[in-house]
Write a protein that binds this ligand. Structure first.
Ligand SMILES: [Zn+2]
Length: 358
């Protein structure tokens, strides 16, 4: 039998929601009262089990921790809260990153790297309608092709050369106008359309190896945060969640792989925190699919592009062609240089609050 403990996993960032800080438990054996170690690994990762045959699922509903009295070390089983599941949201995620070599001196004297993941969810009653709206928008810039046969990658559209006539967008102004129409659709679908943008900005070293390590860490950190944040927010609203990502490229070794993400997810399953936040729901490992294979991935791609571009442009003292305010209210979470995580519902990317922009 395969021992799950032998699978490689990556230790996630140690952050927990404020409401869990200081929550204590009592050891039934020695009666010691101590704080629940939310981010210390359990002996086994807690994974839901789907039987080979027959119905039903097995869902972990307790966490195992050790008493923190050194002479006791009793294993204590704590039941997690069970929150009803009224329905399930499928979230679709995509990433964007920017290297900013020379940011404004008041932001940093070193080069910065910004990275974000946007996750998009849409109420099931709106799926067909939004898909139709986006298809007709795609058709408007590429009338010769069936819009369902090509992937809307906004960085390609933005960077396209009008001379090649790949898209019916002759000028930069036309591209901006097109982006505004795209954003208008998103805004008009609120609140049935929900977005979560999780970002991070770090100063990076000039040493290549050091730089590679910190970029890898930044990406894993944002990924783990995107899972924890959305798990927490959706379970709070009596919803279950599943995640589908555009095949996120692990640029650190050049391969297109989702291996690192599976290892991050397994790392999360080791934490009492993750089992607790799941609150009795069947939570599967995220799926990684071909880019653009769902229209919500195209929306996630679009939003991530503009969040990253807004950060990049403002960080060098320039205006951005499209403001994140044009997407309507979404959930934003940001990690600043000292590792602090800030989070809020906001009308736009909170550059001032999260990242100290003037
Ligand atoms: Zn004890």
């Amino acid at each position: 039998m395969k021992d799950i403990r032998k699978h490689p996993f990556r230790q996630p960032t140690k952050i927990i929601p404020t409401r869990l800080v200081g929550k204590t438990t009592i050891c039934p054996k020695c009666k010691a009262i101590f704080r629940i170690p939310w981010v210390e690994n359990q002996i086994f990762p807690k994974q839901p089990i789907l039987p080979y045959s027959g119905g039903g699922q097995w869902i972990p509903v307790s966490i195992n921790i050790k008493c923190n009295t050194p002479e006791c070390r009793e294993t204590i089983d704590i039941q997690t809260p069970i929150v009803e599941v009224k329905s399930k949201w499928n979230l679709f995620g995509d990433e964007a990153g920017r290297l900013i070599s020379e940011p404004l001196p008041n932001l940093s004297t070193k080069s910065l790297h910004f990275f974000c993941i946007t996750l998009i969810g849409l109420h099931s009653t709106r799926q067909k309608r939004v898909e139709r709206r986006l298809r007709s928008l795609k058709k408007s810039i590429c009338p010769q092709k069936d819009p369902s046969t090509w992937v809307h990658h906004f960085s390609d559209i933005w960077g396209s050369d009008p001379k090649e006539k790949q898209y019916d967008l002759a000028t930069k102004r036309a591209k901006i106008k097109y982006a505004k129409s795209f954003a208008r659709i998103l805004r008009s679908e609120r609140p049935n359309l929900a977005s979560f943008n999780i970002s991070s900005c770090i100063e990076i070293a000039s040493d290549k190896r050091e730089r590679r390590v910190s970029l890898k860490y930044q990406k894993e950190d944002v990924f783990s945060q995107s899972i924890l944040l959305t798990l927490d927010k959706l379970r709070e609203s009596q919803l279950s969640v599943s995640w589908t990502f555009d095949n996120i490229k692990d640029s650190t070794n050049g391969n297109r792989t989702e291996g690192w993400a599976s290892e991050c997810f397994l790392g999360l399953q080791y934490l009492p925190l993750f089992t607790w936040l799941s609150a009795g729901a069947y939570i599967e490992q995220p799926r990684f699919v071909k880019p653009g294979s769902n229209f919500l991935l195209e929306i996630a791609d679009f939003m991530s592009f503009w969040v990253a571009r807004e950060f990049e442009r403002k960080s060098i003292g320039k205006d951005c062609e499209l403001s994140t305010a044009s997407f309507g209210k979404g959930y934003y979470q940001g990690t600043i240089q000292n590792g602090n995580v800030l989070t809020e519902w906001s009308d736009s990317l909170p550059l001032k609050k999260f990242y100290g922009f003037k």
